[in-house]
Design a protein around this ligand. Structure first.
Ligand SMILES: CC(C)(COP(=O)(O)OP(=O)(O)OC[C@H]1O[C@@H](n2cnc3c(N)ncnc32)[C@H](O)[C@@H]1OP(=O)(O)O)[C@@H](O)C(=O)NCCC(=O)NCCS
Length: 262
């Protein structure tokens, strides 16, 4: 790859999302950085308000030339004083890069992937159609930005957006949910958060029900999505069994790194 001038250019993005491209002189995009608010619907303690998720990718032929560092500097200047979180594959260049730039390790996950072409759609439909007496399914589609709880999302009208939510209610109360949202860097992949089932309603296969409903719903609202990635912070045999039952396969481990910018 010939050395030449590379500009870091701010790209127009969705509201609340910032993006930068590293552009080479003939106009090729050698790397991309993005910042967006952290999805607050994961199980576990919520991140402090204002935390941003960093995504950073440099094309392999352009690596180790300082482009990743320049993209990070552009994103950092935009987000002064904020906390950034980044997820990198264990043992990867991203891990060395994060350590080099002062990020500290705050957790790790196991990742699973479900590919839609492996799913038997009639079987999925049967799972969704199973009656759960006293419970009813609800769905919501839209942009989750600004919402801090699933209840808040369900009060909003559905509209086009990159998030899909499937939930179960009993007597008007939310008892289980699972949410998926497009993966900013890979449009054909969505990221799933949950399912989560309230303690008093466990053992009734509601997690499987809402998850199957979500998979079916995404097919209808976002037919371009071909695969769904999800992660789990610690070994949870019930979640793992549910995911294997639906056809999720292990994908690898990732490390979460964080930095609070000066
Ligand atoms: C991580 C990534 C963005 C780095 O981009 P890059 O343009 O190669 O990074 P830089 O050239 O600015 O590297 C800065 C420093 O990071 C460290 N680093 C980067 N890649 C490394 C590697 N493969 N092995 C060891 N250290 C590495 C080095 O300290 C490097 O400084 P040096 O080259 O002077 O030794 C790139 O490898 C990538 O896109 N990886 C896949 C996606 C990913 O992991 N993203 C990270 C999300 S934070």
């Amino acid at each position: 790859m010939s050395e030449g001038r590379i500009d870091i250019v701010r790209e127009p993005g969705h509201p609340g999302v910032a993006r930068w491209h590293a552009v080479t002189l003939p106009g090729l995009v050698a790397g991309v950085a993005g910042l967006r608010p952290v999805v607050p619907f994961e199980c576990g303690p919520p991140p402090p308000a204002g935390t941003l998720e960093l995504s950073l990718h440099v094309e392999p032929p352009w690596r180790r030339r300082g482009i990743g560092s320049r993209l990070l500097a552009a994103a950092g200047a935009h987000a002064a004083g904020r906390r950034l979180v980044a997820e990198v594959a264990a043992g990867s260049a991203g891990e060395s890069f994060g350590v080099r730039h002062g990020f500290r390790r705050t957790g790790s996950w196991g990742h699973d992937l479900l590919t839609y072409c492996d799913v038997h759609h009639a079987w999925l439909g049967e799972l969704v159609d199973v009656e759960h007496q006293g419970y009813r399914l609800r769905h919501w589609t839209g942009d989750p930005c600004g919402a801090t709880s699933v209840e808040q999302l369900l009060r909003r009208p559905s509209r086009p957006g990159d998030a899909v939510l499937s939930a179960a209610e009993a007597d008007g109360d939310l008892v289980a949910y699972v949410l998926a949202r497009s993966d900013g860097a890979r449009p054909r992949r969505a990221r799933q958060y949950g399912p989560a089932v309230h303690v008093g309603h466990r053992g009734r296969r509601l997690g499987l029900w809402v998850n199957a409903a979500l998979l079916k719903r995404i097919r209808e609202t976002h037919p371009d999505v071909e695969e769904l990635e999800t992660r789990i912070a610690h070994d949870d045999p019930a979640q793992l069994a549910l995911r294997r039952h639906l056809g999720f396969r292990p994908l690898g481990r990732s490390i979460r790194y964080e930095i609070t910018l000066p």
